[in-house]
Every structure is written in structure tokens, then in C-alpha cells.
Design a protein around this ligand. Structure first.
Ligand code: ITT
Length: 189
């Protein structure tokens, strides 16, 4: 089976991607490459951050690898939190604080439409390529569900009444931004 490093420190993402393509590719976790530090994400676009993470790993390991960067883009907030989704409320990855701030900023707002967008940067045989996936939906007025991570308990995908956090993981993966991007990645590999 083809081996590829997934440049992420997020265990939920690793689990999701393995569930989607783990039978077709051996996904090597970052920890197994000896990289234990947080990879810098200082670009101001999803493409830029995904490529920055993938290059970081490729330069240190020489292994084929990919990285994703995801943003939640809310129409009424002019596309925020977008590329700043992980650091919306604080400098760190405080998911609960991010969700609370999002609810506060949408308090009384009627248009709650949003989308998740994922960009994947792939470095294979030294060549850099990108693919993308998105899912449209709306932001709930309160948190619902225990599954997933990040903003999942607030995101209701189009055509459903449940949030991502209320769905079985397989259902989220079948339509999610990351699921769609990872299916495209699988075709590229
Ligand atoms: P790595 O950079 O280590 O991969 P991260 O948690 O920083 O992990 P991203 O920069 O790609 O991940 O994503 C930014 C934020 O967007 C993340 O912290 C979550 O709050 C949110 N997010 C990403 N994917 C999500 C998903 O599938 N469901 C809900 N929220 C998600």
C-alpha cells in the first residue's frame, strides 16, 4: 500500500482521513516522523497555510506528504472566521471559546449561511499540487451534539436538520469539506 504522511497535529482529522482513505493508502501520522512541534501556520490564505505545513514536513523528512487547512466562512460575517478559524477567540485552539464567540457575533442575525472549505496541499515526488472541498450549510442558534470537533456542533449541512456533531462520523465524512477534498486527493495519488 502507498504510504503518505498527513501533516497534522489534530487527532480528529487523522481519524477522519483514515476512515475515508485508510483502506487505499497507509496514512503515516506526524508523530511517527519525529516531528512533535506545532507546525507554523502564518500565511493569510488556506492554500498558503496548507502548503506551508506540507513543505515543513517534506523539507524535514523527504517523504511524500499532504496537509490540509480548513476555514469556516460565514456570509453575514464577511467570510470570518475563515483562515483564522482555529484562532478566532484566542491565540490557541480553544474550540469552545471559538464556538461561543461565533454564537455571540451572530446573535440576532437572520442570515446564518456558511460554508466549510478545505484546501489540501500534496507534495509527491517533490511536486506540489492542490485540491479542495466545500460543504454549504447554516450556523445553528445553539450547540447540538457530541461528535466531531471544532465548529461541528454549530454547523448544519444543507439538506439536513442535524449538526455535524449529531451525525455518525461516516455521514459527516460522506459530505464534508474534508471528505470531498480527500476523495479528490485519492484520485490524484
Ligand atoms: P492542524 O493545523 O494541525 O492540521 P488545526 O486544528 O489547526 O489542525 P485547521 O487549521 O485546518 O486545523 O482548522 C482550523 C479550525 O477550523 C480548527 O481548529 C477547527 O476549529 C475548525 N475545523 C476544521 N475542520 C473542521 C471540521 O471538520 N469540523 C469542525 N470544525 C473544523
Amino acid at each position: 500500500m502507498k504510504k503518505i504522511v498527513f501533516a497534522t497535529n489534530n487527532a480528529h482529522k487523522l481519524e477522519e482521513v483514515r476512515a475515508i482513505v485508510g483502506d487505499r493508502f497507509e496514512i503515516i501520522p506526524l508523530a511517527q516522523t519525529g516531528i512533535t512541534e506545532e507546525i507554523p501556520e502564518t500565511a493569510d490564505t488556506l492554500d498558503g497555510n496548507a502548503l506551508q505545513k506540507a513543505r515543513y514536513v517534506f523539507e524535514r523528512t523527504g517523504l511524500d506528504c499532504f496537509a490540509d487547512d480548513t476555514g469556516l466562512e460565514v456570509a453575514a460575517l464577511g467570510g470570518a472566521p475563515g483562515v483564522h478559524s482555529a484562532r478566532y477567540a484566542t491565540a490557541g485552539h480553544d474550540h469552545a471559546a471559538n464556538r461561543a464567540l461565533l454564537l455571540k457575533n451572530l446573535d440576532g442575525v437572520a442570515d446564518r449561511s456558511a460554508r466549510f472549505r478545505t484546501v489540501i496541499a500534496l507534495i509527491q515526488d517533490g511536486e506540489e499540487r492542490f485540491c479542495e472541498g466545500e460543504v454549504r450549510g447554516t450556523i445553528a442558534t445553539e450547540e447540538r451534539g457530541e461528535g466531531g470537533f471544532g465548529y461541528d456542533s454549530l454547523f448544519i449541512p444543507e439538506g439536513y436538520s442535524e449538526t455535524f456533531a449529531e451525525m455518525p462520523a461516516e455521514l459527516k465524512n460522506s459530505m464534508s469539506h474534508r471528505g470531498r477534498a480527500v476523495e479528490k486527493l485519492a484520485k490524484m495519488l
